[in-house]
Design a protein around this ligand. Structure first.
Ligand code: NAD
Length: 356
């Protein structure tokens, strides 16, 4: 849900805006209509505002209901949802994609990619623990000692680091790998080991703190080196991603065969095709005794906190857009300029334009 009652109350009181909430929209995030009304919102048509805040990209039907000067905020997938972006431009909508907000210090409170990846990483570790037919922690019992589960996290961005922290809290022995060597210290500070792979290349950090796409040769070498390591762990949680690209393939069918029966792979990259060759997005399958789970939209499996964090991200963005109760868009502001995808009938976001 894009706004929770606590944030509605702040918007109504501090920002002096009026808020309309689509009746029933908050139900699955356990926010009843009555809570929104108590916070000062009206219930009504979710498409009647000057600014519409959503979670997912709009459907074609929804775009048809947006007025020409409407401002739309949401996860719009500007690099991959070409038809949606084109339709928003054609409809004259001024759209802002949460995932395009520049990841600068000033915009940290608006960083919805991070807030939702935090939920995803946490849930991924719990799913791995749930599937694994073994304990995560080390146990010393009268019936003998149980060794801790070995967990390997691939990709140590926001989701990966949260998966590491959660698996560590559950007592697993965790190691992690990323192509950006800057994360080594962060991995170690969470009590995990940085897996050193001799990839024969320099650090792969690119603009904005993201990874660059590896060459085919580098990827091949990575897959071979990882296949060996994967055979020694009980669970793999993979989160590797390159913005606007299909997920890099890291776990081959051969690597899965190297795993012991009962082992688990939770592939958080399923949304963009998966880091594992065998992942079936949205499905849990068992191959050679290995459970491979490719969950989609994990944030929605923890809707209360996913919504309250997202709503605070949206509120921070709205704070930039609303001055004394009036909508006032300053496109000189790098955050608004960077997040804007369509405006005045054009696609204005460089990445979205090129992708389209
Ligand atoms: P992401 O979801 O795009 O990628 C997840 C991880 O996968 C990244 O750590 C990436 O390096 C890794 N990866 C890509 N290809 C790989 C491969 N072949 N093998 C192994 N790992 C691979 O990234 P994200 O989590 O959204 O963010 C990544 C980074 O962006 C952060 O760690 C940080 O440096 C930066 N960031 C900055 C801010 C800020 O300044 N406000 C906020 C959030 C993130």
């Amino acid at each position: 849900m894009a706004l929770v009652p606590e944030v509605v109350a702040r918007l109504v009181k501090a920002a002096e805006v009026s808020v309309t909430v689509e009746a029933g929209a908050g139900e699955s995030a356990h926010q009843p209509d009555s809570a929104y009304e108590k916070a000062g919102a009206e219930l009504g048509d979710g498409f009647s505002g000057q600014v519409i805040a959503k979670v997912a990209p709009p459907s074609a039907d929804e775009i048809g209901r947006l007025g020409r000067s409407t401002v739309l905020i949401g996860f719009l997938q500007p690099l991959t949802a070409h038809d949606t972006v084109r339709a928003l431009a054609d409809a004259g909508v001024t759209s802002f994609a949460m995932e395009a907000i520049p990841r600068v210090t000033r915009a940290q409170s608006m960083d919805a990619l991070s807030s939702q990846a935090t939920v995803g990483g946490y849930r991924a570790a719990l799913i791995a623990a749930e599937h694994l037919p073994r304990f995560f922690p080390m146990l010393t019992t009268a019936a003998g000692t149980v060794r801790p589960a070995k967990v390997l996290v691939l990709g140590a961005g926001v989701a990966g680091l949260q998966a590491i922290a959660t698996a560590r809290r559950l007592g697993a022995a965790v190691q992690a790998f990323d192509v950006r060597s800057a994360v080594k210290e962060q991995i170690e500070s969470l009590g995990a080991r940085f897996l050193e792979l001799d990839m024969g290349m320099e650090d792969a950090e690119a603009a904005g703190g993201y990874a660059r796409q590896l060459t085919e040769e580098e990827q091949q070498r990575q897959r071979e080196l990882l296949a060996e390591e994967i055979g020694n762990v009980d669970a793999v949680i993979s989160t590797a991603a390159v913005p606007g690209r299909p997920a890099p393939l890291l776990v081959t069918e051969q690597a899965v065969r190297n795993m012991k029966p009962g082992s688990v792979i939770v592939d958080l990259a399923a949304e963009t095709g998966g880091n594992c060759e065998l992942t079936e997005p949205g499905q849990t399958i068992v191959r050679d005794g290995v459970t491979i789970d490719g969950p989609l939209n994990l944030a929605s499996t923890m809707p209360d906190h996913a919504s309250s964090l997202y709503a605070r991200n949206v509120q921070s963005l709205l704070d930039l857009m609303v001055k004394e109760g009036e909508l006032s868009l300053d496109f000189e502001d790098e955050v608004l300029a960077g997040a804007c995808i369509t405006r005045d009938g054009e696609i204005v976001h460089e990445g979205a334009k090129q992708a389209a």
